[in-house]
Write a new protein. Structure first.
Length: 207
């Protein structure tokens, strides 16, 4: 059997990775990133998963094998922990357990997507959006710290990501195909120059 040298990008996570609100997985950040890198891709995700649930996905051999073979793993996690009001110490513990498992399996680059600018979600009523948005900021700071501990690249998501018209899917909660494409470019930029992105990220992130 001839071995392939093609890169593999694996998307691991929740409804963003699964492509909720899109026409299909080919519009997801995972697929768009793979296209930029000239790579193949696979998604291992399910809507509604918290950090603990995503870690359980890796108990399945097919998901663990994909992560182990990946050159790049993009992890989307946190919004379901946010909406379920997971206490910050528990979020830190569960996210740490997830990233520990991913980095133990994979020798590739691992990217943790930061928390989105929740205040901008059209589906959320304004008082709720403000409260959850403030909590998302705190969760993102924890995510950045945990990512650093495990040698994972943390991608702060800029507030402008979901501001333009057409940035959301029809459900008013998930990013549109256009936003997935922007995300893919941000990840590609981070992989190309992680030191520069980490230096500038805090000023550009949702705060």
């Amino acid at each position: 059997m001839e071995l392939s040298n093609e890169l593999l990008v694996v998307g691991l996570g929740d409804s963003v990775t699964a492509g909720d609100g899109l026409r299909g997985p080919e519009e997801t950040v995972t697929a768009r990133l793979a296209a930029r890198l000239g790579a193949t891709w696979v998604v291992r995700a399910r809507s509604g998963l918290t950090s603990r649930g995503i870690a359980r996905l890796l108990d399945r051999a097919v998901a663990a094998d994909d992560v182990a073979a990946a050159d790049v793993v993009v992890v989307s996690v946190g919004v379901n922990d946010l909406t379920r009001l997971t206490p910050l110490p528990l979020w830190r513990r569960d996210l740490g357990a997830l990233l520990a498992r991913v980095t133990a399996l994979s020798s590739g680059r691992v990217v943790l997507l930061g928390m989105p600018p929740v205040r901008a979600f059209p589906r959320l009523p304004r008082p709720v959006a403000a409260v959850l948005g403030a909590r998302a900021v705190r969760m993102d700071r924890v995510g950045r710290d945990v990512a650093r501990r495990y040698g994972v690249l943390h991608l702060p998501l800029p507030a402008r990501l979901l501001e333009p018209e057409g940035a959301f899917a029809a459900d008013g909660f998930h990013p549109s195909a256009r936003s997935h494409d922007v995300l893919a470019q941000l990840v590609a930029d981070l992989l190309a120059d992680p030191a520069d992105r980490r230096t500038r990220g805090d000023a550009d992130a949702v705060r």
